[in-house]
Design a protein around this ligand. Structure first.
Ligand code: NAD
Length: 270
């Protein structure tokens, strides 16, 4: 069911790789809620071609940008403003990549050059996005920016490796830039901390299948799905959440505040 929550709003969605992506689902949901969109992803991801299906479904142009390249980001924001004929009301940052995980290095043996790249793509990229918008004055008054994160920023999940550090940095950039952008233009910046979800990035985590089942048993509401994540993001882009900023918002069926559940105890007693 749609509520017209985003009628008249214009947004940029980063990170829709394929139909399982949280960015993909959020683009569909925002479109359903009445928003106009521009889609973007890294040139290498665009070459897969999947995003064109989404572009057609939500009637949006695709502008490629490697999120670690400031020229690409400037080109993206200028292109989006031209397309919309004005400023931007919301942005979804749905980007994550760990070079060390991809290359099978454990946390205690990470390669620092790869680590720099991981932190740049997965965390400082939010700063780069906000900085580009700031310099171009691309965001409208009261605009909303959401980045997706994971609870490994607060607690240890060993197989999440260097991404835990990246998410902690991402969440801090959210608070720091959120402060300045709030003062400047009432722009809101928040992170949504999502349940483990079967996507390309998610499935890259070692032991993911066992873990997703564990998280399901540890959450009173069960794991939050990608569609539900998209719905939550849409509410954060809407005018109903105007005073929410600099927050890390758990969207995890209660996992973050549950000590243990009967289901997990039963499993231990088997
Ligand atoms: N899937 C999960 O379990 C889960 C849980 C919590 C948070 N998240 C977060 O959600 C976000 C989206 O991940 P997903 O699970 O939808 O997986 P995904 O693999 O579909 O999306 C990750 C996206 O990052 C993009 N990307 C990588 N390098 C880039 C670059 N240099 N420039 C621009 N884009 C780049 C990829 O092309 C891809 O579209 C990530 O931040 C991820 O950490 C995922």
């Amino acid at each position: 069911m749609a509520y017209n929550l985003l009628k008249g709003k214009k947004g940029i969605i980063f990170g829709a790789l394929d139909e399982r992506s949280l960015g993909w689902k959020t683009a569909l949901k925002c479109h359903e809620e009445g928003a106009q969109l521009v889609l973007t992803n890294a040139p290498v991801a665009l070459r897969m071609g999947e995003i064109n299906k989404l572009a057609e479904a939500v009637n949006a142009p695709v502008i490629g940008a490697d999120v670690t390249n400031m020229d690409d980001l400037k080109n993206l924001f200028e292109g989006a403003m031209k397309h919309f004929g004005g400023g931007i009301d919301f942005i979804l940052h749905s980007i994550g990549m760990s070079l060390n995980m991809r290359k099978g290095k454990s946390y205690t043996e990470i390669d620092y050059e790869w680590n720099k790249k991981t932190l740049d793509i997965s965390a400082m990229s939010l700063h780069r996005v906000l900085r580009t918008a700031w310099d171009l004055d691309a965001l409208n008054e009261g605009a909303s920016v959401v980045a997706l994160t994971y609870i490994a920023a607060q607690r240890v999940f060993p197989d999440y490796n260097e991404m835990a550090d990246a998410k902690a940095l991402l969440e801090n950039v959210t608070r720091s830039f959120g402060y300045y952008y709030g003062l400047k233009k009432k722009v809101r910046v928040n992170t949504v901390s999502q349940s483990p979800t079967r996507t390309t990035a998610g499935s890259g985590v070692k032991g993911f299948d066992g873990f997703i089942t564990y998280a399901e048993k540890m959450s009173p509401l069960g794991n939050a799905s990608a569609d539900e994540c998209a719905g939550y993001c849409a509410t954060l882009f809407s005018d109903l959440t105007k005073m929410v900023t600099m927050q890390n918002l758990f969207h995890d069926g209660g996992f973050s505040f549950t000590g243990v559940t009967e289901a997990v105890i039963e499993q231990m007693e088997k």
